[in-house]
Design a protein around this ligand. Structure first.
Ligand SMILES: Cc1cc2nc3c(=O)[nH]c(=O)nc-3n(C[C@H](O)[C@H](O)[C@H](O)COP(=O)(O)OP(=O)(O)OC[C@H]3O[C@@H](n4cnc5c(N)ncnc54)[C@H](O)[C@@H]3O)c2cc1C
Length: 499
């Protein structure tokens, strides 16, 4: 059955898709969003986020117009260094081991702030992430790790605000409407999509199509095929709907695969978490305060440098390290000195794998670890901590160990003050890094590097930005920047062709 024609059809209803929809609607286009999930499970991975979004800025005064509520008193008690485009570029190059696509990265970095301002105009609301990205030092809240902005209401707020804005712009949104195919014209350009909606299959004609249907992190077969053995058993942190078919459709239509197809974002995730994201607790199964303690495997051995860098620059690669351990399990250990510094929302959420004990032996028993072996690991670690009072979680304090492998390079404090705390974690996959290749207008390129007519892409299914690792908060930035570019370019090409 054929339906009425739209100017722009957007596939997916996450942050990248809505950014594209807002931009297309702004150009006056008739815009349709097709979302695979039912209304009550929409929003993709974007819904499950903390809403943290990485942008460049010149310090607090520069950010203030973006913030919902910030009293002068709060501002005076806040220390926040500028985060320059050069610093964001350098972070991208460092964590991706120099592999990030220079042009895509340049666009993401240089448009990050302007895109957030634009989203604010659309009705999105922002705040400083005091709870997750700052520590109190000397009576002030000091931000660390280049990430300061978050959406009001986290991922839930982000999606609610996006939906409201899209509806006000006249964008039509259909839920329970997976896209199952792309329509091509005689010249090989995309002229619409096939949708399997609640009333059956239909062909929807469009001037341009923006693909924002996520990666393949929720498909165990694709995970095993591209990421490698064991990845099929990883837990999925977010939506169950990002199963890679939109990516496959694009590749079948001639798109060029691009980026780190064997790589993904994965983190330390509560071992008691369900197989796919929890609608209520969303992000709270994350366990991201490991730089303040030590992490051991089921043999009670340490296997990572917990203090190699700020959490924002290590967390997205440490999930893979946990997956490699026996049973794909690990245990984060802390003592009374650092327990209060843990992200309380994550470490005290209902149902998390939290254990408390007065001795290391008792903690080992509760965690089902071998007490003498765990005690030896803790004793060796404690003995290796270089003494000094210079512990400061808000900077890379250089407070380290000496003479043990792996080392702990920052924030090394002995684990010696009861009570002791243990948290069981496994690997939670967030999203996959492999995708299709786009140019600076978010046009999907074919295998010879030429744009495929009428086809645009944004968000997780774009490859080339992230390799091996990722600077926290960049997923929403990438989706918003390239979603906006995709929507704008798609609508303007349609406007030109019908003028
Ligand atoms: C628990 C968690 C916390 C995170 N926290 C952060 C954070 O704080 N900051 C940050 O920057 N990033 C974070 N991320 C990563 C971030 O979620 C992603 O980078 C970003 O949301 C991706 O946006 P997207 O629009 O590309 O994909 P999504 O938001 O996943 O949207 C894709 C949409 O496509 C739909 N879809 C799939 N197949 C089809 C089909 N065939 N037809 C129609 N629709 C389809 C899906 O249902 C989904 O709604 C987090 C991720 C998770 C899981």
């Amino acid at each position: 059955m054929a339906e009425k024609r739209y100017d722009v059809v957007v596939v997916g209803a996450g942050n990248a898709a809505f950014s594209a929809a807002h931009a297309a609607a702004e150009q006056g286009g008739r815009v349709l969003v097709l979302e695979k999930a039912p209304r009550e499970a929409m929003g993709g991975n974007s819904y499950f986020t903390a809403g943290a979004i990485r942008t460049t800025h010149n310090g607090l005064e520069d950010l203030r117009p973006l913030l919902d509520d910030l009293s002068d008193e709060q501002a005076a008690a806040t220390e926040l260094d500028p985060y320059t485009p050069e610093a964001f570029m350098a972070d991208m190059r460092r964590v991706t081991e120099g592999r990030c696509d220079p042009e895509l990265t340049r666009i993401m970095v240089h448009e990050s702030t302007d895109t957030v301002r634009w989203l604010q105009e659309k009705g999105l609301r922002f705040r400083l992430m005091y709870d997750r990205q700052s520590f109190e030092v000397g009576g002030k809240r000091r931000f660390w790790g280049g990430l300061v902005l978050g959406t009001v209401g986290g991922g839930k707020g982000l999606i609610e605000q996006h939906v409201r804005a899209a509806e006000e712009e006249g964008v039509e949104i259909r839920y329970d409407s997976p896209v199952v195919g792309l329509l091509k014209d005689h010249a090989g350009s995309i002229r619409g999509v096939i949708c399997q909606g609640p009333d059956g299959r239909s062909e929807i004609e469009a001037g341009a199509v923006v693909l924002a249907g996520g990666g393949f992190e929720s498909d165990p077969q694709m995970r095993a095929a591209y990421l490698g053995p064991q990845w099929d058993v990883a837990r999925v942190r977010g939506t169950q709907h990002n199963t890679g078919e939109v990516l496959r459709m694009a590749i079948d239509a001639g798109a060029q695969p691009y980026g780190n197809w064997s790589g993904c974002h994965s983190i330390a995730w509560d071992a008691a978490a369900p197989p796919t994201g929890d609608w209520e607790l969303t992000n709270l199964f994350s366990k991201q305060s490991y730089p303040l303690g030590i992490v051991v495997n089921r043999e009670s051995k340490r296997f990572i440098d917990e203090g190699a860098d700020f959490r924002n620059y290590t967390y997205a690669k440490y999930g893979a390290e946990i997956l490699r351990q026996p049973g794909a399990l690990a245990y984060q250990l802390f003592d009374a000195k650092t327990e209060l510094l843990l992200r309380q929302d994550e470490y005290t959420a209902p149902g998390v794998s939290r254990y408390e004990a007065e001795t290391i032996d008792e903690l080992a028993e509760k965690l089902d670890l071998d007490p003498p072996v765990l005690r030896r690991t803790v004793d060796e670690f404690n003995a290796a901590v270089v003494p000094g009072d210079d512990f400061d979680p808000s900077v890379k304090d250089g407070k380290r160990t000496e003479g043990i492998e792996p080392p702990k390079s920052n924030w090394a404090l002995p684990i010696d003050r009861p009570p002791f705390y243990g948290f069981a974690v496994t690997c939670g996959i967030t999203f996959t890094f492999g995708g299709v290749r786009v140019d600076d207008e978010a046009r999907v390129l074919d295998r010879s590097g030429r744009p495929i007519g009428g086809l645009y892409a944004a968000g997780e299914l774009v490859g080339g930005l992230f390799y091996h690792n990722y600077p926290g908060g960049s997923g929403l930035t990438s989706g918003a920047v390239f979603g906006r570019r995709a929507g704008r370019a798609a609508a303007s090409i349609v406007a030109r062709s019908t003028a």
